[in-house]
Design a binder for this molecule. Structure first.
Ligand code: SAH
Ligand code: SF4
Ligand code: F3S
Length: 451
């Protein structure tokens, strides 16, 4: 068999795509390998969300070229997939002429065909950036995919919201919801293959709907209800949600469906209405707070997290202060925060009042200090609690790992294992764990009460 080396950048949807790419290529004689030196085919599955992510791909391309040149290796086929491929297309082969193949996030099911063409005409470049009529999900092979205890399923892709700073509507295309039938089929196969936790993915996962049935429109709340009925699936999570698509069915699901974890990632980006408007987020900070209030009414202890962009064009000290205020008001359990990165082709990239890089760094530090403080408090409140944890793997220090219902990483000591189960049986089991210590980014616990 030939060897495939694949590197994934960016969001979880890219990781889902990479898994399916290697699965797809298995049938065409490629075995996935960790060793780039042995690869016959190298795929970089790229991200375009911020400048740094795209530049990383170019420096990796240079590094790969050096590896095979300095070791006198036969040049592997080099493919660029994902969002940089979609955004830059031909430019990539101009800047890095040793790239053979460029394939967009909706067109990678074409990889076997494109590889065949390259094998026949080795000097020719192949590019496919189409948004096909028949969605890629119809061509994926669910049966053979290697499954993890906790695994992802993309249910929705693309975006029609056009936030002014964001490239996703251009790289992933228009909003598309996969059919309920296809999703449930994939999840049932995953359950048979040992998957215990499903993480539903979408750029706007809560915009998912299936209205192909004339008598009933299914939404994310009802999809989660259906997934919860699959016995072997013990835990369900979803990400990323958009405030405009938070409906009551989904909020109520957090109260009514035990398998749905009490965690909601709901990005607000900024606490200032002035900036939210410039970002074209289509909601105010107060509207966001109202949603949080409602969510907490149905699920009191839910962990809320967000994304923040610091230093969007036009962001004043006043605006920045409002972001700090909303962080203190919501008391986020955890969050991601980024310095604004100007992306070609977006509305924000045309705006004046650019915030100075140094100023952005200072603001980011302030935001992160505040977020870290709340996260530490949230984690501290977990001490002495116990809850069931799905054990997903074991680390080099012989600790088991899993995620708390609130999405914190939990390390569990091996020596306190009360059940006589082999490691293999522990991994994939939902076991009670008592939290004995909390840190900034994780919790430590002992097994308890497990017969
Ligand atoms: N669909 C999701 C987010 C997808 S992108 C949502 O609407 O919330 C993931 C995160 O990357 C965004 O939430 C945002 O915080 C960040 N991001 C997107 N574009 C960015 C840019 N140009 N500069 C900095 N951060 C950006
Ligand atoms: Fe990007 Fe906005 Fe769409 Fe999220 S909702 S993917 S931030 S355009
Ligand atoms: Fe990056 Fe594309 Fe995901 S730009 S964040 S890989 S949708």
């Amino acid at each position: 068999m030939k060897k495939l080396f694949i590197k994934t950048y960016g969001c979880q949807m890219n990781f889902y795509d990479s898994d399916h790419m290697s699965n797809l290529l298995k049938d065409h004689g490629y075995k996935t390998s960790e060793q780039i030196e042995q690869a016959d085919l190298v795929i970089l599955n790229t991200c375009h969300i911020r400048d740094k992510a795209a530049e990383k791909m170019y420096s990796d391309l240079g590094r790969i070229k050096k590896i095979y040149e300095s070791n006198n290796l036969t040049k592997p086929i080099i493919a660029v997939a994902g969002c940089v491929a979609q955004a830059e297309g031909k430019e990539i082969t101009k800047r890095s002429p040793w790239v053979d193949l460029v394939v967009g996030p909706q067109a990678y099911t074409d990889l076997p065909k494109l590889l065949k063409k390259i094998n026949n005409y080795p000097k020719k470049r192949e590019i496919n950036l189409k948004f096909p009529e028949i969605p890629k999900f119809d061509f994926l092979n669910f049966d053979k995919k290697v499954s993890k205890v906790s695994d992802y399923v993309t249910i929705q892709e693309g975006c029609d919201k056009f936030c002014s700073f964001c490239v996703v509507p251009y790289t992933r295309g228009p909003e598309y919801s996969r059919s309920r039938k296809s999703i449930l089929e994939e999840i049932k196969i995953m359950a048979q293959n040992g998957v215990k936790e499903i993480i539903l993915l979408g750029q706007n996962v809560n915009a998912w709907k299936d209205d192909s049935n004339e008598s009933k429109t299914y939404n994310l709340g009802s999809l989660i209800e259906d997934i919860a009925k699959i016995d072997d699936i013990l835990s369900i999570r979803y990400t990323t949600s958009h405030p405009l698509d938070m409906d009551l069915d989904l909020i109520k699901a957090h109260k009514n469906i035990k398998k749905l974890m009490p965690y909601l990632h709901l990005p607000i980006q900024s606490g200032s209405d002035n900036i939210l408007k410039k970002m074209n987020r289509k909601h105010t900070s107060n509207e966001y707070l109202k949603i949080i209030e409602l969510v907490r009414k149905y699920c009191e202890n839910i962990a809320i997290s967000s994304d923040f962009i610091v230093g969007h064009p036009g962001e004043t000290h006043e605006d920045h202060k409002k972001t700090l205020d909303i962080i203190n008001e919501v008391e986020f359990a955890s969050s991601y925060s980024f310095m604004y990165s100007s992306r070609p082709g977006t509305k924000s990239s045309e705006l004046d009042e650019i915030v100075d890089e140094n100023e952005k760094k200072i603001r980011l530090l302030e935001i992160q200090n505040s977020l870290n403080r709340h996260q530490l408090i949230f984690n501290k409140n977990m001490e002495n609690l116990d809850f069931p944890i799905l054990i997903t793997n074991k680390n080099k220090n012989n600790q088991f790992l899993g995620r708390s219902p609130y999405n914190q990483t939990v390390y569990v000591n091996e020596e306190n294992l009360p059940v006589k189960k082999s490691s293999e049986k522990i991994i994939g089991s939902m076991l009670n764990v008592k939290i004995i210590k909390s840190n900034q980014n994780s919790l430590l616990g002992n097994f308890t009460n497990n017969v």
